[in-house]
Design a protein around this ligand. Structure first.
Ligand code: PLP
Length: 449
């Protein structure tokens, strides 16, 4: 017999994960028959759960007509229909969609579009991008340079462009000082951003880049009231663009189609991905304002970028059906309702837990942050790998959740992110919190707490 060694380069080189062989709504089925309740949609991807018959049917219909045509020669029915579905009413002035294969590609496209826009406007000096520490914008080199997570950046630092600089995130739990009101905190962050524009030279800044609700690196962190209005004002005042990364928090996840709708502002460029196709196909999109595209149309006439799989017909067909289902079945309303329940249940279960310092998020995008000491918000020693232990115990207990480390500063801190599919029932939510409770207590016990 040949060895059973896996030749797939897995995330861990020490262990091979079990094979997933099936899916059934909220559940993933492993090769040994175990059923795992998908409490995080993988990484906030599977917004409709698994094996939704309508999406499978739409993919099969498209496959039987046309699987692929290069965008250098053709557009396709699903790409046109998906763009109309997303942007027909031009939300916040966003009028064009550039379909790519994931979140990192969407961010890369946004950064390049911003740069090209300013060249064509006759402002080639605009070459700086300001983003925030503890953010994540993807793993390709441009997106990684935009991101502010110390651990992810460190090995690649010599390769990352100095066009990107980082300011303090709107992360109240760690960054707001005890004597500060929320308004004071927002004012301090705004002053810091203004100072960064001044340091770089305001007419050299192309854009500010941020996640409206920070995802994987910090664990579902919404900004305090008024923060994004201040940011928008500063960008407007200096003629810079606002790029919002809704790869994780977008497409209904927080209870509105776009997370920015809850901030009273709109971006000039937006990245979406995960919930766009719900995992049925790899797809992301860069959405751009009509003003930017009109400038380029009147200039060179083409966005100087591209990939082989732009606007892939199979991916667009799957995403179109996912989005139609979300609209037709009122699933964003469900996100609000089930999200409120999730927040309530997390608060009941962990509100008085001595090692849960914060419960936060929006809609079906909620996280708990674990701390060694609630009073001082001191994190656990990262060597304990608490978040990884929680993940393993939860998985053993039949729950998929999305824990992360480095919550506080990219090195220390532990959180667990939940992002259940929008089809979750009230029972599913109860079961997720119940199983998470066991996993958290089990992991804490293992590390002597
Ligand atoms: C906010 C955010 N931006 C960008 C990305 C990168 O997306 P992808 O992994 O599809 O390239 C992610 C992925 O987790 C993300 O959460």
């Amino acid at each position: 017999m040949a060895s059973q060694k896996s030749r797939v380069l897995h995330r861990s080189l020490r262990e091979t994960p079990p094979k997933a062989i099936g899916g059934d709504g909220m559940w993933l089925i492993a090769e040994d028959g175990r059923r795992i309740l998908d409490g995080s949609g993988g990484a906030a991807v599977s917004c409709l759960g698994h094996q939704h018959p309508r999406v499978l049917e739409a993919m099969s219909r498209q496959a039987s007509k046309l699987a692929y045509a290069h965008t250098g020669f053709f557009s396709s029915e699903p790409a046109e229909a998906l763009a109309d579905h997303l942007l027909g009413d031009e939300p916040g002035g966003l009028a064009y969609a550039y379909f790519v294969s994931g979140g990192s590609e969407a961010i890369e496209a946004g950064i390049k579009l911003a740069r090209q826009y300013f060249i064509e406007r006759g402002e080639p000096r605009r070459q700086h991008f300001i983003a925030r520490r503890q953010s994540y914008h993807g793993n390709t080199l441009g997106a990684l340079a935009a991101g502010g997570n110390a651990w992810r950046r460190e090995p690649y630092a010599p390769l990352l462009s100095s066009a990107f600089s980082h300011v303090t995130p709107a992360f109240a739990y760690h960054e707001k000082r005890d004597h500060e009101s929320e308004a004071d905190f927002v004012a301090r962050l705004a002053a810091e951003l203004e100072a960064e524009f001044q340091r770089l030279g305001p007419d050299t800044v192309a854009a500010f880049v941020a996640e409206p609700v920070v995802g994987a690196t910090a664990g579902c962190v919404p900004a305090p009231e008024g923060y994004f209005r201040s940011v928008r004002d500063i960008c407007n005042r200096h003629g810079a663009l606002l790029i919002l990364d809704e790869v994780m928090c977008g497409m209904g996840r927080t209870g509105t189609r776009h997370a920015w709708e809850q901030e009273g502002i709109a971006p000039d460029i937006q990245a979406v991905a995960k919930g766009l196709g719900g995992g049925y196909q790899p797809i992301g999109a860069m959405l751009a304002s009509g003003r930017i595209i009109d400038t380029i149309r009147q200039g060179s006439g083409a966005f100087q970028h591209g990939h082989t799989y732009l606007a892939h017909p199979m991916a667009c067909a799957a995403a179109l059906e996912v989005q139609k289902i979300i609209s037709e079945e009122g699933l964003i309303e469900s996100v609000k309702e089930r999200g409120a329940q999730l927040e309530r249940r997390l608060t009941e279960r962990f509100g008085n837990h001595r090692h849960v310092g914060d419960i936060r998020g929006r809609g079906l995008f909620q996280a708990i942050e674990l701390v060694a000491d609630r009073a001082t918000r001191t994190p656990f020693d990262p060597a304990l790998k608490l978040n990884q232990r929680i993940k393993a115990i939860a998985f053993e207990g039949g729950l998929g959740c999305y824990p992360g480390g480095g919550t506080m500063d990219g090195r220390s801190g532990d959180h667990v992110l939940l992002a259940p599919p929008y089809i979750a029932t009230s029972n599913d939510i109860d079961m997720i919190v119940d199983r998470l409770g066991h996993a958290v207590d089990g992991a804490l016990k293992m590390v002597g707490h």
